[in-house]
Each structure stands twice: as C-alpha cells, then as structure tokens.
Design a protein around this ligand. Structure first.
Ligand code: SF4
Length: 258
C-alpha cells in the first residue's frame, strides 16, 4: 500500500465508505462533511441501522421468533440506537412500531438467504495508513468459503442505490489494507427487491480504488487548507444534501426533478 501512504502529510483525515461515495457523487458535499455539515438523521437511516442490528443478532444468536420480535427491536434500540431514534424524530410508540413492522418484512426475506460460511457480523475496521490518514468503517458480514472471504452488504432501502459498486470497491480496498490481499468476492443484496451485485476484485481493482482515495485526500486537504470550494455535481441526491439551500446547482436539480 504505497500510494496512499505517499500522500504528503497534512490535516488528519478519517476516510470512510460514506466519504468516498459522497466525494464520487459531489466533491463539494464531501468537503462539507469534513467541515462538520452532515445530513439530518432520518427515519430511513434509523430503520436501516436497526435492521442491521437485527440481522447481526440473527447470525450470532440465532433466529428471532415473531412473538419476541418487537421486544428484541426495543432492546437493540435501547442499547445502541436511542440517540439515533430521537434525532430521527420518532417519539410516539406507534411510529416505532411502524418501523418495526417494516423491519419484520425485511427480516423475513433476510432469513431466507444462505448463511453457510458465516464468520462475523458488523465487522469494524480502523486502519491508520499514516499518522494523519485513517481508514474506518464497518462491513455488514464476512463469510468464508473455499475461494476465500466474501464480504456482504445488505441494503434496506427501496433498491440497491447508484453507489453500490463504489461502496463494494471501497470495502475491498479496506479488506486489503487489513489482510494484505483482496477478498474473493464482494456482494450487495437488496432485501426489498432481491437485486444483487457481486464482484471478484483483483489487486489492480484495489490499487485503482486506492489511487482514487489518494487523489480525494489531496483535493479535500488542499480545499480545507486554502478555505476554498470544490466542484459540485448535481443529481437526485441533492434533495438530501445539507448544503442544498445555499447551492445553486443543487436547488436547480431539485426544482427540475420535482
Ligand atoms: S446540493 Fe447537490 S450539487 Fe450542491 S453541494 Fe450538495 S450534492 Fe453537490
């Protein structure tokens, strides 16, 4: 891993899959994240986080019965997600129960997925590439097979999303940082539609992602240091961008898309 470690030193920076994917969409929005401006927590993000806790619990502790499902969701929320739930504005029991009901549907589909070779869920990684560059994140689950490790990302939104390939590429890169070689396979599965994207990343694929990450770090740092902006690339995601109200490109996109 020479390319990222060869980036000149500068402002300490922690790189995540979210920062990388955001930068690919719109460099200015990624810069805003580093300046501390994040999207507001939402019902969808809370639902996704709780669903992933349920999936991890299923894989580590076994299936969750229908009768105890609501209680398990309450336990997981109380232990790990109460702040996120409050920030998403879910205050009434009926609002929570509606989210639980949607998660129960996703869980029914999740239970039908094969779990052979499962080794660990919600695998956190925190790798200091240099004194001032860290790569951080979490992979939903890791499975081991004859060919090697398979990294799996479960999507709880309405579809796989447009950034799924970039996200899987980033996971392969982080896996390589920790393990010295790419995983055998990366997979994303939409629990809403059953859609699936898979890839067998090579060392060259990982090196290409690392080059992109290194260029991103240089661009973000230079904008932070010079207090300048980066390019803006508008799209449907502008409606969720926290700096959209002050971005003419984003406002035009939102108006056009309705
Ligand atoms: S509103 Fe759109 S174009 Fe403007 S910074 Fe945000 S993501 Fe970029």
């Amino acid at each position: 891993m020479k390319r990222l470690s060869a980036v000149p030193s500068g402002e300490p920076i922690a790189i995540s899959a979210t920062l990388f994917v955001t930068y690919r969409r719109c460099p200015q929005q990624a810069l805003a994240r580093l300046r501390g401006v994040y999207p507001e927590p939402s019902r969808a993000t809370f639902k996704g986080a709780l669903a992933h806790r349920i999936f991890a619990r299923h894989l580590t502790d076994g299936p969750i019965g229908e009768e105890g499902f609501n209680l398990v969701c309450r336990q997981e929320t109380g232990a790990n997600l109460s702040g996120q739930m409050a920030a998403a504005g879910l205050r009434k029991p009926s609002e929570f129960d509606a989210v639980v009901s949607e998660i129960a549907d996703l869980y029914e589909r999740f239970r039908r997925l094969p779990a052979d070779g499962f080794t660990s869920a919600e695998v956190a990684f925190d790798h200091d590439v240099t004194d001032d560059i860290a790569v951080r994140g979490r992979i939903d689950a890791v499975f081991e097979g004859d060919a090697g490790a398979r990294l799996v990302d479960w999507k709880t939104g309405s579809d796989l999303g447009h950034d799924v390939e970039a996200q899987l590429g980033f996971y392969a890169f982080t896996w390589s940082l920790e393990n010295g070689s790419p995983p055998a396979e990366t997979v994303a599965v939409s629990l809403a539609t059953g859609e699936r994207v898979a890839s067998n990343p090579s060392a060259d694929d990982v090196a290409a992602i690392e080059d992109e990450v290194a260029s991103m770090v240089v661009a973000l740092r230079s904008a932070l240091e010079a207090e300048t902006d980066l390019s803006r690339t508008a799209g449907p995601y502008c409606r969720w961008c926290p700096i959209c109200p002050e971005c003419s490109e984003g406002k035009a996109a939102v108006a056009l898309l309705g």
